[in-house]
Design a protein around this ligand. Structure first.
Ligand code: PLP
Length: 408
């Protein structure tokens, strides 16, 4: 098998060597319980405090106590949304978007079944929200607005500053899923009036199984795992010490490198995209090109099957994705591209390349040489390309949740 070229960093990233080294002692000799009174345990407690400060610095939190460690981004999203409806029992309305990750869509669909009203904001063909639609969706009954910072499939960035201004002017709680944005773009909770923010370590070269939920000081937030006193009584259970230490180290590195990494990775992504658009007929980029994560390229090849492209890329040692890892194996078309009104003949042939810190120009050039031949081969085999176009009408704004596939 050839050495792999990993362009699936929105699914997960490689643990940075420094992160692994920071974690190692906490899986071997420093195994104390951070809640123990003895020095062997309390030194571990101090290390968790250090990691909390490192994570707080990554997101620009004013105070490390605003950071609650979780097991993943999904847990953070769930805890944030459930917490806000629990503390405002009189309010029965939630506002979110049609293009969120299943961690948010799935929970909001569940809450809809329980009797909550959910407004699903639509997006335009570039994947952008209409801020007037958001403004008009807010009511006195709205408990929470939950909106992502960066889309995991297309990389499209939502204007969180403008969204926050609109939502906070109405005194409504705002949760931001920043799982794809953290470590890739600067985040500053001191400047952004966001109440709750979710991040996940494995998206920025930290380990899997650990994330964090930021809860602004002063926001009433109930415990979401009940038991011991850990995480200031908000999330009970003995801490994932090595994971937390790794997340802290990954956060410190990401903060130090964010400008340099995003510039370099953005150049690589543009090199990839420009070359593929030149050399592959019937190829398009999905999502607004100006406001996008620098690492993400969501490409559609008309009339082709994304899965077939992935299989042939895989045979050449290249890892990419059709959308998000959570939907691998699903034949449902992307809910994000459907919400953008992308026609079926393009959606099926979608491949997402997501780059990361460890990718090189040489790897980009290998993909640029390999993919056009794969596309040419599949276009030669494709019967669909010879059929008349089967345009699908653009997805209507604010459609019912039932029509949204639970995939991300
Ligand atoms: N939110 C977004 C935008 C994501 O991309 C993901 C994972 O891909 C999640 C939430 C869930 O994060 P985790 O995999 O840590 O549960």
């Amino acid at each position: 098998m050839p050495e792999e070229i990993y362009f699936d960093n929105n699914a997960t990233t490689r643990v940075a060597p420094e992160v692994f080294e920071a974690m190692r002692p906490y899986l071997t000799e420093l195994y104390g319980n951070p809640s123990s009174i003895h020095r062997f345990g309390s030194q571990v407690g101090r290390k968790i405090a250090e990691a909390r400060a490192q994570v707080a610095a990554l997101i620009g939190a004013a105070d490390p106590v605003e950071v609650i460690f979780t097991s993943c981004g999904t847990e953070g999203d769930n805890a944030a949304i459930r917490g806000m409806i629990e503390t405002q029992p009189g309010k029965r309305h939630i506002v979110t978007t049609q293009v969120e990750h299943p961690a948010v869509i799935g929970l909001c669909q569940h809450l809809e079944q329980k009797g909550y009203r959910v407004t699903w904001l639509g997006v335009d063909q570039d994947g952008m929200l209409d801020l007037d639609e958001l403004r008009h969706a807010l009511t006195d009954d709205t408990a929470l607005v939950s909106i992502m910072a960066a889309n995991n499939e297309t990389g499209v960035l939502f204007p969180i500053d403008k969204i926050a201004a609109i939502v906070k002017a109405r005194g409504i709680r705002l949760h931001v899923d920043a799982v794809q944005a953290a470590g890739r773009l600067p985040l500053d909770m001191r400047a952004l009036p966001v109440d709750l923010l979710t991040i996940s370590a494995h998206k920025f070269h930290g380990p899997k199984g650990v994330g964090a939920l930021y809860v602004r000081r002063g926001i009433t937030f109930p415990p979401f795992i009940i038991g011991g006193h850990q995480e200031r009584n908000r999330r009970a259970g003995t801490e994932n010490v090595a994971g937390i230490v790794g997340m802290g180290q990954a956060a410190e590195i990401a903060l130090a490198r964010v400008a340099e990494d995003s510039e370099r990775i953005g150049k690589l992504r543009n090199r990839l995209e420009e070359s593929l658009l030149r050399s592959c007929p019937e190829c398009r980029v999905n999502g607004q090109q100006r406001n996008r994560l620098p690492n993400t390229s969501n490409l559609s090849f008309r009339y082709l099957e994304g899965e077939s492209i992935l299989v042939l890329l895989d045979q050449s040692g290249i890892c990419a994705s059709t959308g998000s890892a959570c939907t691998a194996g699903s034949s449902e078309p992307s809910h994000v591209l459907r919400a953008m009104g992308v026609a079926a003949e393009w959606i099926q042939g979608t491949v997402r390349f997501s780059l990361g810190r460890f990718n090189t120009e040489k790897e980009v050039d290998v993909v640029n040489q390999t993919l056009p031949a794969i596309v040419q081969r599949l276009q030669g085999l494709s019967a669909l390309g010879k059929l008349p176009s089967q345009e699908q009408p653009p997805a209507s704004r604010g459609r019912a949740a039932k029509s949204i596939g639970a995939r991300g």
